[in-house]
Design a protein around this ligand. Structure first.
Ligand code: ATP
Ligand code: MG
Length: 271
């Protein structure tokens, strides 16, 4: 029996399927020379249960790409799949055209991919300097040159280099984590919710730093819970929903898209 509720559900499902189809068409049309490219990826943790269900993404050289979406949409899983931490069951990930699907994290670091996880992203018992050394364990001779670059972005890391990371505030730890990932001079940095848990002022600081890092030539793929701020600063954005892209466009266009506002940003975002 069809009821108003079941008809509304069917309409929502059909509009979601249309959004997925539009997002895929846009991906296929725009991603030819991408630095990083994710095509139709399926991945998950438990056998038989996919969290990513045909996910697409691309990031061009020099771009800052933002990924937003509801809790549990698979945003962190997508970044982990890109960094070899979750097994990709189907689909393909490439870096400058080279297949990197399911390559291990240590190999990816050497190929120019950096990752800052959402949680537990510093070694609390180690000092700031030791954390940064961990980021460059495979090329210790480059430490001082890379430290200069990182300390230019985050001056506090130089002045407090002997302090244990575990004694730092949330914002300071985030800087150590980003600094560590930047030590090997990555071409692309994967950031999972860099502003989570920070005060509004510190969130702004993190977003400014992300733009600064990007302006030094590092491409960035950033997942963010602060959807509006993320869309404000990114070149292009993706809305991930149930492990697939529902919408993709410039950050500005996504912020002004009535569907994205209604479903993902909330009506307050209009203000
Ligand atoms: N290690 C794990 N083992 C099993 N399931 C997991 C694991 N990590 C995440 N999941 C499941 O995968 C789904 C997507 O999780 P994920 O962390 O990717 O979402 P997210 O979009 O990053 O959410 P949030 O906005 O809350 O960070 C969730 O249902 C989650 O329970
Ligand atoms: Mg997450």
């Amino acid at each position: 029996m069809t009821t108003p509720l079941s008809r509304a559900k069917a309409a929502a499902e059909s509009s979601r399927e249309q959004a997925y189809a539009d997002a895929r068409a846009s991906h296929l049309g725009a991603s030819t020379n991408a630095l990083v490219r994710v095509d139709d990826v399926f991945a998950g943790y438990v056998p038989g249960v996919n969290i990513l269900n045909g996910c697409d993404l691309h990031c061009d050289e020099g771009e800052l790409v933002g990924i937003i979406g509801p809790n549990g949409a698979g945003k962190s899983t997508l970044l982990k799949s890109l960094f070899g931490l979750v097994n990709v069951r189907q689909g393909k990930v490439t870096l400058r055209g080279e297949d990197i699907t399911n390559k291990k994290a240590h190999q990816l670091v050497k190929m120019g991919v950096g990752f800052v996880p959402q949680t537990n992203n510093v070694f609390p018992r180690l000092t700031i300097e030791e954390n940064l050394q961990m980021g460059l364990y495979h090329e210790p001779k480059k430490f001082s040159e890379r430290f200069d670059y990182v300390a230019e972005l985050f001056p506090a890391l130089r002045t407090r280099r002997k302090q244990r990371a575990g004694s730092l505030s949330g914002g300071e730890r985030q800087m150590v984590a980003m600094g560590r990932a930047l030590m090997p001079a990555p071409s692309v940095l994967l950031l999972d919710e860099p502003s989570a848990g920070l005060s509004p002022a510190l969130q702004d600081e993190v977003f400014i730093r992300c733009r600064q890092i990007n302006s030094t030539g590092v491409s960035i793929i950033m997942v963010e819970q602060n959807a509006r701020r993320c869309l404000q600063i990114c070149d292009r954005g993706y809305v991930l929903d149930q492990g697939r892209n529902a919408y993709t466009a410039s950050g500005k266009d996504l912020m002004n898209d009535p569907k994205v506002i209604e479903l993902y940003l909330g009506t307050l975002a209009k203000a």
